[in-house]
Design a protein around this ligand. Sequence first.
Ligand SMILES: [Zn+2]
Ligand SMILES: [Zn+2]
Length: 686
Amino acid sequence: MPDSVTQVLNSGPVGAKINIAVLGDGFAAADQTLYNNKVQEFLLDGVFGHDYFYEDKQAFNIFRVNLISVDSGVSTRQYNENGTPDDPSDDTIVSTTLRNTSLGYIFSGSWAHCWLENGANTSTLVHNALNTWVPDYNLVVIFLNNPNYGGCGGGGFQVVPLGIDWHVLAHEFGHGLGALADEYCTSRVYSGSEPGNVDVTINTNRNTLKWRNFVAPATPIPTGKGSCAGFNQGTRPADWDDTQSVGLFEGGGTNGTGMYRPVINCRMRGNTPEYCPICYTQMKRINDAKTEHTFLDCHAGDFNGDGKDDLLIHNNNSIQIFRSNGSQMDIVFSAVERVPGSWQFTAGDQFYIGDFNGDGKKEVAVYNSTNWIMPYLGLLADDGANGLRLIARYDGSMPGWQFSKDDRFYVGDFDGDRKQDLFVFNGTNWAFPYLGMLHSTGSGFQLVHRYDGTMPSWQMTKGDQFYAGDFNGDGKCDLFVFNGSNWAFPYLGMLSSNGSSLSMAHRYDHLLPSWQMTKGDRFYVADSNGDGKADLFVFNGDNWSIAYLGMLHSTGSALSMAHRYDGSVPGWQMRRHDQFWVGDIAGDGKQDLFVYNCNDWATQYLGSMTSSGSALSATWSADWVGEWNLGTVDRFEPCNYEGGKAHRDLIVHNHDWLGLIRATPTMQLQKIYYRFIHNYRYGRNW
Ligand SMILES: [Zn+2]
Ligand SMILES: [Zn+2]
């Protein structure tokens, strides 16, 4: 069996990522499965399966090098420590058992001798192996086939036997990647100058303390005094968290006194806790650019069925899911490159959120027609552990439907079985347009009807635009179709679904009630009077001298104009570039509109238009919503992250910032995050 390398975490090109090389010593041919399992257990499931490294694993590549040793187990050495285990100077070697291994390490188990040491050629052998197999390495982990505890490292290297657990590696990465200091204590007394590490200090002045932005005003500074102190200055609050509540505690940097640490116990002290806020933030900052994370591609959906919308963020080859608790988001899932099943994430993935299996939780249909040799449609569902796995995938085609580049999908339960289905339309890639009805079985999709070129009373053309909604209230999602560009005048069709096909309930040619259709009409499906039938709002800011908004009610088979607003809605002056989203701000079942304009005025306006059933009234905020400075780059996802009946929330996001906005009683910013989503107990990362 020759030596080999396998990339076990693949986040991107080596030049853009932090590359971890993993080597093994003392693993004979028969031990390679053991070695592979340990790499999985310690690194992938351990370090990269938890907290900081899980969140940011998109910043890392891991290369597992399989080196085949002649002998099984590494060389060992036994010292006589002469009763002074802290002092190596009087130690003598009792015995050395040499084995023929790939790297020649010798394990001693003696703390004073760094637990292990190099053999005569170890340095050369390690560097040869790295240059051969992982020349672009940034960090190195070497596993020794020895069952004891220990470890020796420095300079980006960690050498460990198999008796450790993953927390030790995560602690060591804190040194190697974050230049973090140890926060544990010995009996030493420190009397030197201010250390350069972010997580230890000699400064006891609250106003100049380097982690002062994470210290709550009520926390005494220092918080703990004396050798390796806990909270001993004043009363420890009942909700004090030993790892996440920040103060100033004497003892740290391997000193008992004279140097201070930020929390009672951090990963840099006790290994098993998560990083404290100071260490976490440092790791985030140092590796942030390599994650390639942004907030541009966000999707809201209730992925765990608790009634509160969660957040899925896609970045190139990764997705992350953040769970809403009603007022904040916390990470619950992070996947890089692929999820089991398998779906390989790429930049061109398009996500459609819906409850496709009727379990009360949202699933994710994902379509990619740009990054591979053929288009793919996948269905991602709950993996039972807060994440997603692929349960169905269609490569290039499914029975009755050939996927193509410009396929557009619309989510709606067109057969009323409470499993949401997909409509798919392609108007550009074939000789004539196609519309497919893809029924969801809960575990995949089946084409139940395909329209080739024409639907009942409707000649399909390239510019057809579809809007899904149950306009007759029979529990089966129907389709509105609008074409404003391909004929002498515009058309709007109401296509009613009977579960397996569509029929034309009404077609409007040129005119809707009290509305002359034009090319620039934009439609929004909303049940504005709460009668269970999907209605339409229609807006036109482009084709007339003023902007118009129509509130059209569905009778089930036709539309009537409930109210037309010419130029303004009470409380809102309409302008050309008004953008709309649908919500239910009052939670009264009468759907409302969010409205945003960032183009036509001296500043930006974000508003809501609340429906009484037959009319609208608007309120707005200008320029700022709390600390959020509205801008032209902002994108909005209407949702319900709070839970409850209302659908009154917006996730606002751009490249670097993400905010949670609640619309009542006025626009209010509930949370704001910069670069990454993390909820500090006190303070923030900017
Ligand atoms: Zn350490
Ligand atoms: Zn720390």
